[in-house]
Design a protein around this ligand. Structure first.
Ligand code: AMP
Length: 286
């Protein structure tokens, strides 16, 4: 029922409210976000509202997942608009803790998904990023104890990291991956698109265009697809590619040559002061 959500500032408050929901026999959904909400977030929320009885959305700009020199301070914050949007879509609870209490400097425990999955691509470009994600996602799951938690395929490697930690720690939650929402021109929606000036936004379309070409020309050869993807991004004006590759979406292992199983094209690039990531399915069951 649309209305104004209850805003909880502490783990204790949101836990108590959700205990009440569960006692009343309601299923609980968690949608973790960093706020500055857009239609991509809305798609997760709408699915959660459709599939569960009580939805809690978290709004927390997680300092642990930002590296030194990244955009933690500038990250867009629009709390009142976010809460209003969540209420309109039927979210009953917003969990918006203070960083000083939820991720204080004296936090002694880190959840770290070891091995290549979290070390490649985003993990290599942003050291410590996935430890920060895994630690806060684990805390959010521990606080909310949801039946289902919703994540976007926009952050495909993050989704794989979350699936891994949930499996490894035997957490009793269904992780639901939701498709990427794009603007009409193809740009994947991101809170960081706010950093793009009008001309930069035009240049940023090269990421989605390269991915569309990779899908259109996919003939099962990862090496050829990688070469074309890299060439497209390197030729794009005002785009500084970070990586462009063809991977197994479960392990983020780079694929070579003939591929029969699942394959995704993944790209990251800097356009102006925005670091953008995007991906697209190429082949196989997901
Ligand atoms: P963020 O607020 O950027 O941390 O994102 C919160 C959740 O929304 C994550 O699970 C993201 O993958 C998801 N998300 C962000 N952008 C999109 C998008 N364009 N389409 C689908 N999901 C998205």
């Amino acid at each position: 029922m649309p209305g104004h959500p209850a805003v909880h500032r502490t783990a204790g408050d949101v836990r108590a409210a959700l205990v009440g929901e569960r006692r009343a026999g309601r299923t609980v959904a968690l949608v973790p976000t960093m706020g500055a909400l857009h239609a991509g977030h809305a798609s997760l929320v709408d699915r959660a509202v459709a599939e569960c009885d009580a939805v809690v959305a978290s709004i927390f700009v997680n300092p642990l997942q930002f590296g030194p020199g990244e955009d933690l301070e500038q990250y867009p914050r629009r709390f009142d608009d976010d809460v209003a949007m969540l209420g309109e879509r039927g979210v009953a609870h917003v969990f918006a803790p203070e960083a000083t209490t939820f991720a204080p400097p004296e936090l002694r425990t880190t959840v770290s998904v070891r091995g290549p999955l979290a070390e490649r691509f985003e993990g290599a470009s942003r050291p410590g990023h996935f430890d920060g994600v895994a630690t806060i996602v684990t805390k959010l799951l521990a606080v909310a104890l949801p039946d289902r938690a919703y994540f976007g395929e926009k952050d495909l490697q993050q989704l794989a990291v979350v699936r891994t930690l949930v499996r490894d720690l035997d957490l009793p939650v269904d992780v639901v991956g939701c498709p990427i929402v794009r603007d009409v021109d193809g740009l994947a929606l991101s809170s960081r698109n706010a950093y793009l000036a009008a001309d930069e936004r035009g240049h940023a379309l090269a990421l989605a265009a390269a991915l569309r070409d990779a899908q259109a020309t996919w003939a099962g050869d990862a090496t050829a697809a990688r070469r074309a993807l890299r060439a497209a991004l390197e030729a794009a004006p005002c785009v500084e590619p970070d990586y462009a590759d063809v991977v197994d979406p479960r392990t983020f292992e780079a694929l070579e040559g003939r591929v029969d199983g699942p394959a995704h094209a993944v790209v990251a690039a800097r356009v102006g002061r925005a670091r953008l990531i995007d991906n697209a399915v190429l082949g196989g069951p997901r």
